[in-house]
Design a binder for this molecule. Sequence first.
Ligand code: TIU
Length: 225
Amino acid sequence: MGIEMDEVAIQALPDAFPFVPGKTALVVIDMQRDFIEPGGFGAALGNDVSRLQPAIEPVAKLLALFRAKGWPIVHTRESHLPDLSDCPPAKRKGKPSLRIGDQGKMGRILVRGEPGNAIVPACAPLPGEIEIDKPGKGAFYATALGTILDRKGITHLVFAGVTTEVCVQTSMREANDRGYVCLVVEEATESYFPEYKAAALSMIRAQGGIVGRTAKLADLEKALA
Ligand code: TIU
């Protein structure tokens, strides 16, 4: 074990986030073509996918910051096995223009290994970074994430990615129940619905930070420079 820097207080809401170098990982949720580009799962659900694009540059900046410091990075992908054996039938219900597993413009919708399932190039994982394929909204459900973080001694998580009120919030709630100290970076997350993003951030930090804290990217960069 190397010598750890002291805790850094990052200005956040409802109060400062205690960033502990060596014990804090960045978790980037589902920055996939399937959600962010036309012709994928997000579009099949009827969403305006351009609404997620503003998150790309802030996520890339967060990745650059953690890479420069050598701090752990986790990337998740929402995906299913090609035989859909890990896709609950209820997840294929509703009336999307294309269902999970159907052939779309970027390959089969939300299927592991298809072009559309990849993370957008600006946020792509580098060798050595942790990659988690998850069948659900939460990053911990049916994945090895908890075990991996335990082995690394990670206790604090900084969240980014899409979408704020679906997979980011679910993953943060899972992390909060498991005892992780959680922060989400406001500019580095987006929703197809601006009002849901605002509501999710607001409910995360309500009641004294019932699920975690929220911070501006600039405040993180300033504190960790
Ligand atoms: N539909 C929607 O907003 N999100 C998802 O289906 N998955 C994620 O948030 N990654």
